[in-house]
Ligand binder design. Structure first.
Ligand SMILES: [Zn+2]
Length: 84
């Protein structure tokens, strides 16, 4: 089993597997269109993509990752405010 990695979302102490973008609790906060983009551009291409496809997927994934991270962080902050 691969080592767990820290979740990249600010204020989250969860962990993710190397194949995951965010920890599970942050991932479920990501808006569905962004999740679909991640799946379409990244996970859906992991079977023998060409170098060009990998580069395209990596760019899309990085953009989606930033978007997902921002969305998850905003959602986390919002839920903390609501709990406080
Ligand atoms: Zn997280």
């Amino acid at each position: 089993m691969a080592a767990r990695r820290p979740c990249p979302v600010d204020g989250c102490d969860g962990t993710r597997s190397p194949r995951q973008l965010l920890c599970r609790s942050c991932w479920i906060r990501v808006p569905q269109p962004v999740r679909h983009d991640v799946w379409r551009h990244w996970f859906g291409r992991r079977y023998a993509p060409s170098a060009e496809e990998r580069a395209t997927a990596a760019r899309a994934w990085l953009a989606a990752a930033r978007e997902a991270e921002a969305a998850a962080a905003a959602s986390l902050a919002k839920s903390r405010r609501e709990r406080a």
